[in-house]
Design a binder for this molecule. Structure first.
Ligand SMILES: Cc1cc2nc3c(=O)[nH]c(=O)nc-3n(C[C@H](O)[C@H](O)[C@H](O)COP(=O)(O)OP(=O)(O)OC[C@H]3O[C@@H](n4cnc5c(N)ncnc54)[C@H](O)[C@@H]3O)c2cc1C
Length: 225
Protein backbone atom coordinates (compact mmCIF):
# COMPACT_ATOMS: atom_id res chain seq x y z
CA UNK A 1 0.00 0.00 0.00
CA UNK A 2 1.22 3.53 -0.67
CA UNK A 3 -0.19 7.02 -0.40
CA UNK A 4 0.92 10.58 -0.89
CA UNK A 5 -0.07 14.23 -0.63
CA UNK A 6 1.21 17.35 -2.38
CA UNK A 7 2.43 20.49 -0.61
CA UNK A 8 3.32 23.99 -1.76
CA UNK A 9 6.58 24.57 0.08
CA UNK A 10 7.70 28.13 0.96
CA UNK A 11 10.84 29.17 -1.01
CA UNK A 12 13.02 29.50 2.11
CA UNK A 13 12.27 25.94 3.22
CA UNK A 14 12.58 24.62 -0.35
CA UNK A 15 16.10 26.07 -0.55
CA UNK A 16 17.15 24.09 2.54
CA UNK A 17 15.57 20.84 1.33
CA UNK A 18 15.94 20.51 -2.42
CA UNK A 19 16.92 16.87 -2.88
CA UNK A 20 15.07 13.63 -3.42
CA UNK A 21 14.76 11.79 -0.12
CA UNK A 22 13.89 8.16 0.61
CA UNK A 23 13.47 7.60 4.35
CA UNK A 24 13.65 4.10 5.79
CA UNK A 25 12.17 5.41 8.99
CA UNK A 26 12.18 2.49 11.47
CA UNK A 27 8.45 2.67 12.16
CA UNK A 28 7.67 2.27 8.45
CA UNK A 29 9.63 -0.95 7.90
CA UNK A 30 9.08 -2.96 5.80
CA UNK A 31 8.38 0.14 3.75
CA UNK A 32 9.61 3.69 3.39
CA UNK A 33 8.65 7.33 3.20
CA UNK A 34 9.66 9.83 0.55
CA UNK A 35 10.00 13.52 -0.17
CA UNK A 36 10.15 14.41 -3.85
CA UNK A 37 10.74 18.10 -4.61
CA UNK A 38 8.87 19.08 -7.77
CA UNK A 39 8.77 22.07 -10.11
CA UNK A 40 7.57 25.34 -8.56
CA UNK A 41 8.29 24.06 -5.01
CA UNK A 42 5.40 21.63 -5.27
CA UNK A 43 6.49 18.65 -3.17
CA UNK A 44 5.21 15.07 -3.18
CA UNK A 45 5.37 13.48 0.28
CA UNK A 46 4.30 9.93 0.78
CA UNK A 47 4.85 6.58 2.42
CA UNK A 48 4.16 2.96 1.70
CA UNK A 49 4.66 -0.48 3.12
CA UNK A 50 5.01 -4.00 1.82
CA UNK A 51 3.54 -7.30 2.84
CA UNK A 52 -0.01 -5.93 2.98
CA UNK A 53 -1.39 -9.38 2.15
CA UNK A 54 0.89 -11.48 4.31
CA UNK A 55 1.89 -9.37 7.30
CA UNK A 56 -0.21 -8.06 10.19
CA UNK A 57 -2.73 -5.39 9.30
CA UNK A 58 -1.23 -1.89 9.26
CA UNK A 59 -3.03 1.39 8.72
CA UNK A 60 -1.53 3.48 5.95
CA UNK A 61 -2.94 6.63 7.51
CA UNK A 62 -1.25 5.82 10.85
CA UNK A 63 2.03 5.28 9.03
CA UNK A 64 1.58 8.66 7.35
CA UNK A 65 0.98 10.31 10.73
CA UNK A 66 4.14 8.69 12.08
CA UNK A 67 6.23 9.63 9.06
CA UNK A 68 5.11 13.24 9.16
CA UNK A 69 5.79 13.58 12.87
CA UNK A 70 8.81 11.32 13.55
CA UNK A 71 10.81 12.23 10.44
CA UNK A 72 11.77 15.86 10.98
CA UNK A 73 12.20 16.98 7.31
CA UNK A 74 8.70 15.68 6.55
CA UNK A 75 7.33 17.21 9.76
CA UNK A 76 8.81 20.60 8.82
CA UNK A 77 7.25 20.52 5.35
CA UNK A 78 3.82 19.59 6.73
CA UNK A 79 4.11 22.29 9.43
CA UNK A 80 5.28 25.13 7.24
CA UNK A 81 3.68 24.46 3.83
CA UNK A 82 0.30 24.72 2.21
CA UNK A 83 -1.31 21.36 1.69
CA UNK A 84 -2.50 21.09 -1.91
CA UNK A 85 -4.12 17.66 -1.83
CA UNK A 86 -5.45 15.20 0.70
CA UNK A 87 -3.39 12.15 1.60
CA UNK A 88 -4.62 9.50 -0.82
CA UNK A 89 -3.42 5.93 -1.25
CA UNK A 90 -3.80 2.83 -3.35
CA UNK A 91 -2.80 -0.82 -3.18
CA UNK A 92 0.38 -1.72 -5.04
CA UNK A 93 0.61 -4.88 -7.09
CA UNK A 94 4.25 -5.79 -7.26
CA UNK A 95 6.56 -8.49 -8.55
CA UNK A 96 4.26 -9.88 -11.28
CA UNK A 97 2.32 -11.69 -8.55
CA UNK A 98 -0.71 -13.36 -10.10
CA UNK A 99 -0.01 -11.54 -13.36
CA UNK A 100 -1.78 -12.52 -16.54
CA UNK A 101 -0.21 -11.02 -19.61
CA UNK A 102 -3.20 -11.40 -21.89
CA UNK A 103 -5.13 -13.73 -24.11
CA UNK A 104 -5.73 -13.82 -27.87
CA UNK A 105 -6.55 -10.26 -28.91
CA UNK A 106 -5.65 -8.70 -25.54
CA UNK A 107 -2.36 -7.60 -23.97
CA UNK A 108 -2.15 -6.54 -20.31
CA UNK A 109 0.35 -3.79 -19.48
CA UNK A 110 1.81 -2.09 -16.44
CA UNK A 111 -0.16 -1.93 -13.23
CA UNK A 112 -2.79 -4.37 -14.47
CA UNK A 113 -0.09 -7.04 -14.68
CA UNK A 114 1.48 -6.30 -11.27
CA UNK A 115 4.62 -4.97 -12.93
CA UNK A 116 5.87 -2.78 -10.09
CA UNK A 117 9.17 -3.77 -8.63
CA UNK A 118 9.15 -5.11 -5.07
CA UNK A 119 11.26 -3.10 -2.58
CA UNK A 120 10.70 0.24 -4.35
CA UNK A 121 7.10 -0.07 -5.58
CA UNK A 122 8.14 1.83 -8.70
CA UNK A 123 5.98 0.98 -11.68
CA UNK A 124 6.10 3.85 -14.16
CA UNK A 125 9.24 2.54 -15.88
CA UNK A 126 7.92 -0.98 -16.18
CA UNK A 127 4.51 0.21 -17.42
CA UNK A 128 6.29 2.12 -20.18
CA UNK A 129 8.63 -0.75 -21.01
CA UNK A 130 5.73 -3.18 -21.28
CA UNK A 131 4.05 -0.69 -23.61
CA UNK A 132 7.12 -0.54 -25.84
CA UNK A 133 7.43 -4.34 -26.03
CA UNK A 134 3.70 -4.69 -26.73
CA UNK A 135 3.75 -2.00 -29.41
CA UNK A 136 6.63 -3.68 -31.28
CA UNK A 137 4.89 -7.06 -31.21
CA UNK A 138 1.56 -5.59 -32.32
CA UNK A 139 3.27 -3.70 -35.16
CA UNK A 140 4.98 -6.95 -36.26
CA UNK A 141 1.74 -8.90 -36.05
CA UNK A 142 -0.16 -6.31 -38.06
CA UNK A 143 2.52 -6.13 -40.72
CA UNK A 144 2.51 -9.91 -41.18
CA UNK A 145 -1.28 -10.18 -40.93
CA UNK A 146 -0.95 -12.57 -37.95
CA UNK A 147 -2.65 -10.38 -35.32
CA UNK A 148 -4.03 -12.38 -32.41
CA UNK A 149 -1.83 -15.32 -33.26
CA UNK A 150 0.20 -16.01 -30.11
CA UNK A 151 1.07 -12.33 -29.67
CA UNK A 152 0.23 -12.40 -25.95
CA UNK A 153 2.48 -15.43 -25.46
CA UNK A 154 5.38 -13.77 -27.26
CA UNK A 155 4.74 -10.62 -25.24
CA UNK A 156 4.89 -12.51 -21.93
CA UNK A 157 8.01 -14.41 -23.00
CA UNK A 158 9.71 -11.17 -24.11
CA UNK A 159 8.85 -9.31 -20.90
CA UNK A 160 9.81 -12.15 -18.56
CA UNK A 161 12.93 -12.87 -20.60
CA UNK A 162 14.10 -9.30 -20.16
CA UNK A 163 13.06 -8.63 -16.57
CA UNK A 164 12.33 -11.84 -14.60
CA UNK A 165 15.80 -12.00 -13.02
CA UNK A 166 15.58 -8.38 -11.96
CA UNK A 167 12.19 -8.95 -10.32
CA UNK A 168 13.78 -11.75 -8.31
CA UNK A 169 16.55 -9.36 -7.30
CA UNK A 170 14.08 -6.71 -6.13
CA UNK A 171 12.17 -9.35 -4.14
CA UNK A 172 15.40 -10.18 -2.30
CA UNK A 173 16.00 -6.47 -1.63
CA UNK A 174 12.47 -6.14 -0.24
CA UNK A 175 13.07 -8.97 2.24
CA UNK A 176 16.40 -7.54 3.35
CA UNK A 177 15.04 -4.03 3.66
CA UNK A 178 12.67 -5.14 6.42
CA UNK A 179 15.65 -5.18 8.82
CA UNK A 180 16.66 -1.85 10.32
CA UNK A 181 20.19 -2.98 11.27
CA UNK A 182 20.87 -4.04 7.69
CA UNK A 183 19.60 -0.76 6.28
CA UNK A 184 21.74 1.12 8.78
CA UNK A 185 24.76 -0.86 7.63
CA UNK A 186 23.97 -0.14 3.97
CA UNK A 187 23.40 3.57 4.71
CA UNK A 188 26.67 3.77 6.61
CA UNK A 189 28.54 2.13 3.72
CA UNK A 190 26.75 4.27 1.11
CA UNK A 191 28.05 7.38 2.88
CA UNK A 192 31.57 6.00 3.25
CA UNK A 193 32.21 3.93 0.15
CA UNK A 194 31.57 3.66 -3.57
CA UNK A 195 30.06 0.15 -3.92
CA UNK A 196 26.96 0.62 -1.74
CA UNK A 197 26.28 4.10 -3.11
CA UNK A 198 26.52 3.02 -6.76
CA UNK A 199 24.37 -0.06 -6.19
CA UNK A 200 21.68 1.95 -4.38
CA UNK A 201 21.65 4.47 -7.21
CA UNK A 202 21.30 1.61 -9.70
CA UNK A 203 18.44 0.17 -7.64
CA UNK A 204 16.51 3.45 -7.74
CA UNK A 205 17.30 3.98 -11.43
CA UNK A 206 16.11 0.43 -12.20
CA UNK A 207 19.46 -0.62 -13.57
CA UNK A 208 21.44 -3.67 -12.57
CA UNK A 209 20.43 -6.32 -10.06
CA UNK A 210 19.79 -5.43 -6.36
CA UNK A 211 21.41 -8.75 -5.37
CA UNK A 212 24.75 -7.19 -6.24
CA UNK A 213 24.34 -5.32 -2.93
CA UNK A 214 21.73 -7.33 -1.02
CA UNK A 215 23.78 -10.49 -0.72
CA UNK A 216 26.60 -11.61 1.57
CA UNK A 217 29.22 -11.02 -1.10
CA UNK A 218 27.69 -7.63 -1.98
CA UNK A 219 27.67 -6.45 1.62
CA UNK A 220 31.21 -7.70 2.11
CA UNK A 221 32.39 -5.85 -1.00
CA UNK A 222 30.66 -2.68 0.23
CA UNK A 223 32.53 -2.85 3.53
CA UNK A 224 35.93 -2.68 1.87
CA UNK A 225 35.24 -0.37 -1.09
C1 LIG B 1 1.13 6.75 -3.81
C2 LIG B 1 1.83 6.16 -4.99
C3 LIG B 1 3.10 6.61 -5.32
C4 LIG B 1 3.79 6.08 -6.41
N1 LIG B 1 5.05 6.54 -6.70
C5 LIG B 1 5.71 6.04 -7.75
C6 LIG B 1 7.03 6.53 -8.08
O1 LIG B 1 7.58 7.41 -7.42
N2 LIG B 1 7.67 5.98 -9.13
C7 LIG B 1 7.11 4.98 -9.90
O2 LIG B 1 7.75 4.51 -10.85
N3 LIG B 1 5.87 4.52 -9.60
C8 LIG B 1 5.16 5.02 -8.57
N4 LIG B 1 3.89 4.55 -8.28
C9 LIG B 1 3.35 3.49 -9.14
C10 LIG B 1 2.82 4.05 -10.46
O3 LIG B 1 1.89 5.07 -10.21
C11 LIG B 1 2.16 2.92 -11.27
O4 LIG B 1 2.99 1.78 -11.31
C12 LIG B 1 1.90 3.40 -12.70
O5 LIG B 1 1.06 4.53 -12.67
C13 LIG B 1 1.28 2.29 -13.53
O6 LIG B 1 0.94 2.83 -14.81
P1 LIG B 1 -0.24 2.21 -15.65
O7 LIG B 1 -0.35 3.05 -16.88
O8 LIG B 1 -0.03 0.74 -15.83
O9 LIG B 1 -1.55 2.32 -14.75
P2 LIG B 1 -2.27 3.63 -14.20
O10 LIG B 1 -1.31 4.76 -14.03
O11 LIG B 1 -3.09 3.17 -13.04
O12 LIG B 1 -3.21 4.04 -15.39
C14 LIG B 1 -4.40 3.34 -15.68
C15 LIG B 1 -5.38 4.36 -16.23
O13 LIG B 1 -6.53 3.65 -16.71
C16 LIG B 1 -7.67 4.37 -16.30
N5 LIG B 1 -8.80 3.41 -16.29
C17 LIG B 1 -9.05 2.46 -15.35
N6 LIG B 1 -10.16 1.79 -15.69
C18 LIG B 1 -10.59 2.29 -16.86
C19 LIG B 1 -11.68 2.01 -17.72
N7 LIG B 1 -12.53 1.03 -17.45
N8 LIG B 1 -11.82 2.75 -18.84
C20 LIG B 1 -10.93 3.72 -19.15
N9 LIG B 1 -9.87 4.05 -18.36
C21 LIG B 1 -9.71 3.34 -17.24
C22 LIG B 1 -7.33 4.92 -14.93
O14 LIG B 1 -8.14 6.02 -14.61
C23 LIG B 1 -5.88 5.33 -15.15
O15 LIG B 1 -5.76 6.63 -15.64
C24 LIG B 1 3.18 5.07 -7.20
C25 LIG B 1 1.89 4.64 -6.88
C26 LIG B 1 1.23 5.16 -5.79
C27 LIG B 1 -0.16 4.67 -5.46
Amino acid sequence: MAGRAYFQVPPALARTFDHLCIAFERSLLPGYGWIFPGPGNRYNLGCGYFDADRGPHRSLRELWERFTTAFEPAAAIVRESTRLTEFRGAPLRTGLSGARFGRPGLLVLGEAAAMRYPATGEGIGKAMESGLIAADLVADALSTGAAGDGVHERYEAAFRGRFAARYRGYAVAERWSAHAWLLNLVAWRAKAGRVARCELEALMAEEGDPRRLFSRSGLLASIFR
